[in-house]
Ligand binder design. Structure first.
Ligand code: 1HE
Length: 269
């Protein structure tokens, strides 16, 4: 696949640690601090937040990747020791706000993982809706060894991918999963050869962008919330969401297209 991007004008084009480009309906945000292995300092977390609340209007899917040899080395450890307890709480809440914009922002998000996906880098990856992992990816939660705890939503999001038991193991023992182990544990949805993750993500992104926007909205916004609810509350929300999606003209046209034999069958192009 020929991945030609266009730079984004204005605010998003001027961010110093995040390269933002578009390709049709897909916006690509690349962590751009390779000399520090894309470690996330206060400035970068602010830029991630800013970018996700100001995505270009034509974007229908976002792809997040990392420049250089690694996806993301997590929290920038050089800033940790300067904080008081109160500042630490506020700092964690800034990460929550930024990553909430990934999970509950306007568009589905795909993360492309390679090299180190550790600490806050894994928290960032877990905030995306789908993960494509190149075979170079490895996953760790070195917070346990650094004397700290996850603070970027990892305790809420990572167990939903791999379970509390695996996360406990990673944090207590420093266990690192390679790409295959991470895939088997549920971190990634797709595995790709080194250097091929981005093309795979764009292929998926284009498929997602072709869905009815309201269906994508229901999947990214309603589904995870329903999973957090008591079953009877969840079923009530499901009924509302399903009726809203079905009532949309895009749904009616897609159903008509199938009945008129103008739409592909499941599993066939
Ligand atoms: C950093 C960071 C960082 C690299 N903060 N500066 N995260 C960690 O505990 C992971 C720490 N990093 C590593 O284990 C390794 O750097 C990697 C496995 C990711 C990459 O290794 P490598 O050999 O490619 O790079 P390097 O030589 O270790 O690092 C290159 C530079 O990046 C070097 O700086 P330099 O000035 O000496 O060139 C490193 O110091 C710097 N660097 N990682 C600061 N993390 C919201 S709470 C989340 C809590 C956490 O995320 S805790 C986990 C933190």
């Amino acid at each position: 696949m020929n991945l030609e991007f266009e730079p984004v004008p204005g605010l998003l084009g001027q961010l110093s640690m995040l390269r933002v480009e578009t390709r049709g309906a897909v916006v690509h945000l690349r962590l751009n601090r390779p000399a520090k292995r894309n470690a996330v300092n206060d400035e970068l977390i602010a830029q991630i937040h800013t970018a996700f609340i100001n995505l270009p209007p034509q974007s229908r899917v976002a792809v997040v990747s990392g420049e250089g040899e690694h996806f993301c080395a997590g929290l920038d450890l050089s800033e940790v020791s300067d904080r008081t307890v109160a500042e630490g709480i506020v700092h964690s809440r800034l990460w929550h706000a930024a990553f909430d914009q990934l999970q509950f922002g306007r568009v589905p998000v795909i993360a492309v993982l390679h090299g180190a996906v550790v600490g806050g880098g894994l928290e960032l990856a877990a905030s995306a809706h789908l993960r494509v992992a190149e075979r170079s990816a490895f996953y760790g939660l070195p917070e346990g060894q650094r004397g700290i705890f996850v603070g970027g939503s990892g305790s809420a999001r990572i167990p939903r991918l791999i379970g509390v038991s695996r996360m406990t193991d990673m944090m207590l023992t420093g266990r690192v999963f390679d790409a295959e182990e991470g895939h088997a544990a549920g971190i990634s949805n797709y595995l790709a050869a080194p250097g091929e993750g981005l093309a795979r993500a764009f292929e998926l992104a284009e498929r997602i962008a072709a869905n009815a926007p309201l269906s994508n909205f229901a999947v990214t916004q309603a589904l995870p919330r329903i999973a957090d609810m008591a079953q009877s509350d969840g079923l009530f929300v499901e009924a509302l969401m399903s009726a809203i999606a079905q009532g949309d003209e895009a749904a009616k046209e897609r159903v008509r297209a199938f009945l008129d034999k103008r739409a592909p069958k499941v599993g066939k192009p």
